[in-house]
Design a protein around this ligand. Structure first.
Ligand SMILES: Cc1cc2nc3c(=O)[nH]c(=O)nc-3n(C[C@H](O)[C@H](O)[C@H](O)COP(=O)(O)OP(=O)(O)OC[C@H]3O[C@@H](n4cnc5c(N)ncnc54)[C@H](O)[C@@H]3O)c2cc1C
Length: 463
């Protein structure tokens, strides 16, 4: 049997469900469908006879010579005055701010939607491909093509659920024009790999807009949180980034509507955080991602998770720009008042995502080490396999991976999955995690005391 996307990626649970393989397959042999865990995977609807391997060549999680570092270097390495940091990739300019008119609907400061509108309004692109709600419980969001600047606002907000882009990519291939496309880091990488193989895609996708990503979530994550919120009926719509005046930006809420006409909302601190940070319902592919800042994108947007900004419930963006064209647009936006933004050190940008950087570098190194130990396939990443030195972190990585796997299996295997029962099943591991953290704090106490005492005496000496 010839190697293809199913044998090499899907069967190893490494598919993130972007859909580039299905869009580019010359035999149209692949179709994106839901797997039993509520993640998108390509399904072979026709037996593959050609065996060209294009599906693998455009897959962000297949084994390649190229990675986000080499792709980024080819795209941006020769841009004058551009800097590079291993955590961020290339960076020409870094900003903090928001777009006044787009802020309330935006996930953070609304700058991504502002930019997409501006690209259309100035005729830099003819079409914008971004994610918008569908109102269809079967697939809550889809990649949609917009041609009219105000229409792009329908896509404002973040979709923390699987969205595949095979249909949108086919539309780009069938309809000439210049397109801007939004995407998570792995989706943008897939587009870049596909552009190398397809001259039409290369010519037509002229702007890529990346979003920082800590992890994607499967569809049951949304069902779990809706159930936790007490929603009656099937989820028909969800707004993942609701803002409330009385809460800081960090305690945003999800607002659900159901097929039964019910409406519920639930705050980050009331259960979302537990599922999110413990990696419940995270696809396995996310465990093997080393790109935090969408290094292959012309511009990357994220939340300003820094003490100076995260209290402001209205939301604030940090932005990493790699393309001179985008830098010019943003600077002009600031001058004409559409944007309230200014420069910020790249160190602050890295600091804002410190937890994600740690997961995608330090935790990843340990996971790769475990794969090596267990005789499993070790993926080629920019991080080398290395056994984690801290016993408590080793334990935390193991516990979170167990919760990731069991939450996924629980929802797939239950006839009538319910948030209460899932949470009950997770309690033993949550307790182990909390005990481990307490122990780590106690063990660190003597070290902290020595540091304090030394600092104290040094301080006295200098007085
Ligand atoms: C799965 C996921 C994980 C994320 N993790 C982090 C994180 O760890 N740290 C962090 O700081 N930020 C993270 N973000 C990014 C953050 O949620 C905001 O999208 C970003 O700050 C832009 O905010 P904005 O107000 O400028 O965007 P908006 O003005 O709301 O515009 C966002 C644009 O992105 C598009 N979009 C939304 N969801 C998707 C999607 N799934 N795929 C492709 N396009 C999409 C929308 O259609 C819209 O055009 C994540 C986003 C997603 C979708």
């Amino acid at each position: 049997m010839k190697k293809n996307i199913v044998t090499e990626v899907v069967d190893h649970e490494l598919c993130i469900g972007c859909g580039l393989c299905a869009a580019l397959c010359p035999e149209e042999a692949l179709e994106m469908t839901w797997n039993r865990y509520g993640e998108y995977n390509p399904l072979e609807i026709e037996p593959c006879t050609r065996g060209c391997g294009l599906c693998l060549k455009v897959c962000p999680f297949a084994d390649h010579e190229e990675d986000e570092g080499t792709i980024g270097e080819a795209l941006y390495g020769s841009v004058p005055w551009i800097g590079h940091r291993p955590e961020v990739g290339y960076h020409l300019a870094t900003f903090v701010g928001h777009a006044d008119e787009h802020r309330s609907a935006g996930a953070s400061g609304g700058m991504a939607t502002w930019l997409l509108e501006r690209l259309l309004a100035e005729g830099i692109v003819d079409h914008v491909v971004c994610v918008a709600p569908t109102g269809d419980p079967e697939r809550l969001f889809s990649f949609s093509v917009f041609d009219d600047p105000p229409a792009v606002r329908a896509g404002a907000g973040s979709a923390y659920c699987p969205v595949e882009m095979s249909g949108a990519i086919r539309q780009i291939l069938e309809n000439p024009g210049r397109y801007a496309v939004t995407g998570l880091p792995c989706y943008i990488k897939a587009i870049r790999l596909a552009q190398k193989k397809d001259p039409k895609l290369s010519a037509r996708v002229v702007v890529t807009v990346g979003l920082v990503c800590g992890q994607l979530k499967s569809r049951p994550f949304t069902e779990y949180i809706a159930s936790l919120a007490g929603l009656v009926g099937e989820v028909k719509g969800v707004r993942y980034r609701g803002k409330s005046q009385e809460q800081p930006a960090t305690n945003y809420h999800y607002a659900f509507t159901s097929t039964a006409g019910d409406e519920r909302k639930i705050f980050w601190n009331d259960g979302i955080a537990e599922a999110w940070t413990n990696r419940w319902f995270t696809p396995r592919a996310c465990n093997y991602c080393d790109d935090v800042f969408a290094e292959c994108a012309d511009v990357t947007f994220m939340d300003a998770w820094l003490p100076d900004y995260s209290k402001d419930y209205r939301g604030t963006n940090l932005v990493v720009v790699r393309s001179p064209l985008i830098e010019d647009l943003i600077r002009r936006g600031v001058r004409d008042g559409g944007l309230l933004a200014g420069p910020v050190p790249v160190e602050d940008v890295i600091q804002s995502q410190a937890a994600v950087v740690e997961i995608k570098r330090r935790h990843l190194a340990h996971r790769l080490y475990l794969d090596l130990e267990m005789g499993r396939v070790v993926l080629r990443k920019r991080v080398c396999p290395a056994r984690e030195k801290s016993p408590s972190l080793r334990r935390e990585i193991a516990l979170k991976d167990r919760m990731r796997r069991s939450s996924r299996a629980f929802w797939a295997e239950s006839e009538d999955p319910d948030a209460g029962r899932l949470r009950e099943a997770m309690v033993p591991d949550l307790k182990r995690l909390s005990r481990g953290r307490k122990m780590a704090r106690i063990m660190a106490l003597p070290i902290r005391t020595v540091i304090y005492v030394r600092g104290h005496f040094r301080g006295k000496h200098h007085e």
